[in-house]
Design a binder for this molecule. Sequence first.
Ligand SMILES: *Cc1c(COP(=O)(O)O)cnc(C)c1O
Length: 456
Amino acid sequence: MKDHSPNSWESRADRHSFYGFTDLPTIHDRGAVILTGGHGPYITDVHGRDYLDANSGLWNMVAGFDHPGLTEAAQAAYAKFPGYHAFFGRMAQETVQLSEKLIEVSPFEDGKVFYTNSGSEANDTMVKMLWFLGGAESAPQRRKIITRKNAYHGVTAVSASMTAKPYNQVFGLPLPDFLHLTCPHYWREGLEGESETQFTARLAKELEDIIAHEGADTIAGFFAEPVMGAGGVIPPSAGYFQAIQPILKKHGIPLISDEVICGFGRTGETWGCEAYGFMPDAIISSKCLTAGFFPMGAVILGPELTERLQAASEAIEEFPHGFTASGHPVGCAIALKSIEVILDEGLADQARTLIPRFEAGMQAIMSSHANIGEVRGKGLMGALEAVRDRDSKTPFEGHLSVSERIANTCTDHGLICRPLGQSIVLCPPYIMTDGQMDEMFSKLDAALTQVFKDLA
Ligand SMILES: *Cc1c(COP(=O)(O)O)cnc(C)c1O
């Protein structure tokens, strides 16, 4: 199906575009899908084919690909003030307004916001803030950062060190001082005969032990996604955050909620920390912050970290950090509109009404395919894990690339979904209709039937 002629879009993409996070055998075999645009939840390729994008782009395009309100807000913002920075005591009106709005919709009573261009940079910025605090508060040894295996916090050298995935070994990462605890995935990590409650208690004990072993005064912060996204849509085991938060509090270790995916309604609540009933010290936001219409990230600081960082900055007269496009006026205008669309105009409510249909669809797939070992998720994000054998949880042989096969077959059926490890991830945009959701599941069902038959 790949058009190998030298002037095809596929060949042109191959020649000068360096692919990241892309399965190269698939590209050599099938070619990249080159897109012209999108409408609603669909994207269109250069051959005029439409695909239903069950991943909202990369978790972010929750309002679809042609939302008129967002497009108009972007056009108006470009006409008003096409770009500026937030250094040297200058910033755009829109930046001021967005910070007010973010604190208003955050779980915090008060706080401050720092802007970046991406989620990776927001995590990087938060780590630098914590290191800065260590230095300023006469605790320069307080540098260690704790995350969990399978966590995804980004790709910069620091955030990749927090992203506890084996593939980062090819870069010689993690950097020193980044510690990775057990992934709170009961189905995969639970021991023989261990109940979910016992599993959670074991993970809490692991945290206690590592704090005792490393020394509480060497640990700068603990970062967690409420639901792990790129790790394979892994909700925490029951009671997980209730078990770990008191331990962190007792030792004065800030808990940072990486809400890059969970924020703005994905879990059914505005924030993932609300869905799981915990109160973080800061929130990392990106992705849905602009509904994917502008690259932007934000560190949203709660009151205590705000106060401490303010004092530390006053002491040396500045916080020496910032990106050229931090607080970009167009990005801020789009984020303001996006928050209005999602939270004030009811898009998040619409997403919430879709959740039962989504969950039922996932369960139905599990019931009709013996090679699905686990269905998991929260709100409008879910994963189906393929297994050779459900009872023993035996995975398919790695060389079979089962999830790549499923995703490629879905693409052939006009559906975009994402392979992640041995699982398939679904993360539909909030604008999906019931009919489009049924289309998503029937195409996935057909692809699974085909692949599992081929691999039987
Ligand atoms: C995507 C993601 C990031 C990184 O965001 P980028 O904008 O790709 O740098 C960080 N944390 C989480 C939870 C993410 O899903």
